[in-house]
Design a binder for this molecule. Structure first.
Ligand SMILES: NC(=O)c1ccc[n+]([C@@H]2O[C@H](COP(=O)([O-])OP(=O)(O)OC[C@H]3O[C@@H](n4cnc5c(N)ncnc54)[C@H](OP(=O)(O)O)[C@@H]3O)[C@@H](O)[C@H]2O)c1
Length: 345
């Protein structure tokens, strides 16, 4: 396995294992060598000459070598001993919009990934390097097998429109119970910005699921993200079903984000380890639905009048006030809403 980034390695390997890094560097007498690495120690040897005296005499060389490793100036090849294993991640909803991108990124980073889905078989468009576990959060079927041998769970399965309470709340409880039994070391939950301020039934379920994660006894991370670009697309697709005009609640606010950027953040969280409630993540700009609709129509060459529709009720009021946005967070996504064309799976 060729290694692009030293920092990836630091988090990929569970603490209980050692890894041998074979490196070819002219620094150590021009001889290919082996680095034996654990979280606590870093030792080096050329061939089998690893003695204290050798380490002392090569101290300055090793210091330079370490500097190069840390600055990614030399390439390494990782050889994991038979008894060791790369950290294993379960992605619930791993065949979904966000989940499939998380799976791709984790796999490319070098993690061993298992997808959890209700479907029996892995679709052909997914990476063949992944494992597949059939499980249903609503019935509990298959969950114990899905979490067996797993180090980290990225929980991205959800059902906003059907049996939400059973799947998002009761199903999350079942998942966490089984994950605890299986000795999972980190559970990462993807949530939504503003769920504590907007009284939408789906958001209440997400909030309840967050509480379950916090109380699970498993070290956890929770990331709240804003709406994904693709969801805005779906919204406009529905609004343009009627001919000639587009009737829209033009004053609702959104800071939508590319799901690929949320997926990258989730991978960083898997690398970093449990972090609790993390800073919210939103897209690059806060726009009104009216502004986004004009972009959407323009991209599709559609010429229509956009007519404002006033939505009554507290939920709409929450979106008008921008409770679903997080413009004050220092880190945001970079891909603007019109980039959504590139986000297709
Ligand atoms: N969409 C957004 O704008 C947005 C914004 C912020 C946060 N989020 C959060 O991000 C997560 C993923 O969202 P997404 O838009 O990528 O959703 P998605 O594409 O609909 O994926 C959700 C996945 O959940 C799985 N699922 C549904 N019911 C299940 C059940 N009973 N048992 C097991 N798995 C089940 C489905 O997998 P199978 O069909 O393969 O079983 C589905 O692929 C959700 O937690 C959501 O709340 C979404």
């Amino acid at each position: 396995m060729r290694w692009r980034n030293w920092r990836h390695l630091n988090h990929l390997l569970p603490t209980r294992y050692e890894a041998a890094l074979h490196f070819s560097s002219a620094l150590v007498n021009g001889t290919p060598g082996i680095l034996v690495w654990t979280k606590e120690t870093l030792l080096a040897t050329t061939a089998c000459q690893m003695t204290d005296a050798w380490l002392v005499s090569h101290f300055s060389t090793l210091s330079r070598l370490l500097g190069d490793l840390l600055n990614n100036r030399i390439n390494m090849h990782l050889k994991v001993p038979k008894e060791a294993s790369i950290m294993k991640v379960l992605v619930t909803g791993g065949a979904g919009r966000l989940g499939s991108k998380v799976v791709k990124e984790l796999t490319e980073t070098g993690y061993s990934v298992r997808i959890m889905s209700r479907k029996r078989q892995q679709p052909t468009n997914l990476l063949s390097a992944t494992e597949w576990a059939q499980a249903d959060l609503e019935t509990g079927q298959g969950i114990a097998d899905a979490v067996a041998g797993i180090d980290v769970v990225v929980h991205a399965a959800s059902s906003p429109f059907k049996h939400t309470r059973q799947i998002d709340v009761d199903g999350t409880r079942l998942l966490l119970e089984q994950a605890r039994v299986a000795g999972v070391a980190h559970v990462i939950y993807i949530s939504i910005v503003g769920i504590d301020r907007i009284l939408y039934y789906y958001y209440r379920a997400k909030l309840a699921a967050e509480e379950l994660v916090k109380d699970s006894g498993i070290p956890w991370s929770i990331l709240r993200a804003t709406q994904f670009h693709y969801l805005v697309d779906l919204f406009f697709q529905a609004a343009t079903k009627v001919p000639l005009v587009t009737l829209l609640p033009t004053d609702l606010l959104s800071q939508s984000i590319a799901e690929s950027e949320v997926a990258s953040r989730l991978c960083e969280i898997a690398v970093a380890g449990p972090g609790g409630r993390l800073p919210d993540l939103g897209g690059p700009e806060v726009l009104t639905a009216g502004q986004m609709a004009r972009t959407w129509l323009m991209l599709r060459g559609m010429h229509r009048r956009v007519l404002p529709l006033h939505l009554p009720g507290e939920v709409a009021q929450g979106f008008r006030r921008g409770y679903n946005t997080c413009p004050d967070q220092p880190v945001r996504g970079h891909i603007k809403y019109q980039g959504t064309q590139n986000e297709r799976r």
